[in-house]
Write a protein that binds this ligand. Structure first.
Ligand SMILES: Cc1cc2nc3c(=O)[nH]c(=O)nc-3n(C[C@H](O)[C@H](O)[C@H](O)COP(=O)(O)OP(=O)(O)OC[C@H]3O[C@@H](n4cnc5c(N)ncnc54)[C@H](O)[C@@H]3O)c2cc1C
Length: 437
């Protein structure tokens, strides 16, 4: 009752001071505007939560325990990785303190059976690659090289003894791996053009040549070197241990993307490797390609994560940044960018979701993986550039994160097969014509 009297008193005081004569000069629209102002109860606007998983793939598709793992990894990344990545990115340094913490998550070699690995689905692994790249693509790349390229080569192509020797410690990240395929003069053309040579000499192999862009190589304990056997002209894989004579690594400097990833230029000069350290089931480039097929699917998910991180940062920014007195998210042109970003992101997510299902069913082909990689890396470029656009000048400041996503999207676009190479793989699959040369 006391409230009603107090409201009536306020209304009386307000109305007593109003000059009603002036209102008669207002037209209909002005009057309606005024009524709206007086009549509208003051309501706090409810901003929907920022969510890049618009079609609920995480909560719908994953089993409860997998969803819990996804959220655990997300929480770890938000708490431990996000606050430090910009600092390391700027310095082009690697946050070694994160390695034991990532190891504790127990997600390395997630899909492999045995050797301490969890034997989870490819879908789960893809989702985690996305989660990592959503916070930082460099950390996701470091992890992808370790868990996918390096461990994957041993898991798919090593002998049982080699798997027993390396995989359990790699799974716990006590041993860090690298994967050396690309050369200074041979990138896209590695299938037929590797120039690094391997010459058998009794129980030893002698490696000579150079490898460029090799992620983790500056500190890896083991690097898988792909080289052409001069006797049968086939590509073979070698486990080169840290400190081997004739194996030298120089850190690549001044990258404008994935600055946290330590890429090495490796020089092999009469580098001696035991026959026991040759990957026993890698007999030609077709075997190398088995590893790439598996990891390419992961890179497609990584592109989704990079796009999602940028979209979520941008969406959040637009709801708080005000211009002309209103949040910029309330303007149609900004909403157009946001919806374009979300459409691309959702298309990528659903495509990768199906890709992982195919992988889990054992139906994945090279062309499936290539199509996802090419589509996602192109769309990601579009998403990050729109994210940068809606943030105005702040879009190029590192502290707002989107600038890092913009730069890192460029690396995703080129590694694990460029747009052209993946396009040619799909083109060959659908037409029957190889158009590489
Ligand atoms: C950040 C980063 C990390 C990397 N990490 C690793 C790693 O850990 N291990 C590793 O082995 N490699 C790694 N790479 C190398 C990567 O896989 C190569 O960069 C990639 O394969 C492309 O090779 P390239 O850069 O030599 O380009 P090139 O092959 O020289 O290509 C240049 C351009 O020519 C186009 N092109 C080439 N051939 C054709 C054709 N037939 N038709 C039409 N267009 C064509 C390409 O698409 C591209 O646009 C990494 C690269 C980057 C950027």
């Amino acid at each position: 009752m006391a409230n009603i009297f107090s409201s009536l008193k306020k209304a009386y005081t307000l109305l007593k001071n109003v000059d009603f004569e002036k209102f008669s000069n207002l037209d209909e629209t002005q009057l309606q505007g005024l009524m709206k102002l007086i009549g509208a109860p003051h309501k706090e606007r409810q901003i929907p939560p920022v969510e890049g998983d618009f079609y609920h793939l995480g909560d719908e598709a994953l089993k409860d325990e997998d969803r819990a793992l996804q959220l655990k990894v997300r929480a770890f990344l938000e708490k431990e990785v996000k606050p430090i990545v910009n600092k390391y990115w700027l310095k082009a340094a690697f946050p070694f303190e994160l390695i034991p913490k990532i190891a504790e998550l127990n997600i390395c070699g997630l899909t492999y059976q045995g050797y301490g690995c969890m034997g989870k689905s490819n879908l789960m692994e893809g989702m985690l690659a996305m989660e990592m790249a959503r916070i930082d693509t460099s950390i996701s790349t470091f992890f992808g090289v370790q868990s996918g390229l390096a461990m994957g080569s041993i898991y798919l192509l090593g002998s049982e003894a080699q798997k027993q020797e390396w995989l359990p410690d790699m799974q716990q990240m006590k041993i860090i791996g690298a994967f050396g395929l690309t050369e200074p003069e041979v990138g896209s053309g590695v299938a037929g053009g590797l120039t690094t040579t391997a010459k058998r000499n009794g129980s030893k192999w002698i490696l000579n040549g150079q490898k460029k862009w090799i992620g983790n190589a500056t500190f890896s304990d083991v690097t898988i070197i792909w080289a052409r056997d001069v006797d049968d002209n086939q590509v073979k894989g070698f486990l080169v241990r840290k400190g081997t004579t004739g194996f030298a690594v120089e850190k690549m400097q001044d990258k404008m993307a994935l600055r946290i990833v330590q890429n090495g230029l490796i020089t092999l000069t009469n580098c001696e490797v035991d026959e026991e350290d040759r990957l026993q089931n890698a007999n030609s480039f077709k075997d190398t390609a088995k590893v790439l097929k598996m990891t390419r699917a992961g890179v497609a998910w990584q592109a989704v994560g990079c796009a999602r991180g940028a979209y979520e940062s941008a969406l959040s920014y637009t709801t708080t940044r005000k211009q002309f007195g209103r949040p910029i998210a309330s303007y149609q042109l900004i909403q157009n960018h946001l919806v374009e970003m979300l459409s691309n992101l959702t298309a990528m997510q659903t495509l990768c979701f199906r890709l992982s299902q195919l992988q889990d069913q054992g139906l994945l082909t090279d062309a499936h993986a290539s199509l996802a990689k090419v589509f996602c890396s192109m769309r990601t470029r579009d998403v990050v550039s729109r994210a940068r656009e809606v943030m105005g000048g702040n879009g190029i400041l590192l502290e707002y994160d989107v600038a890092r996503f913009v730069a890192d999207a460029e690396a995703i676009y080129s590694y694990e097969g460029t747009k052209e190479i993946n396009t040619l793989i799909v083109g060959r699959a659908i037409t029957g014509f190889s158009a590489f040369v």
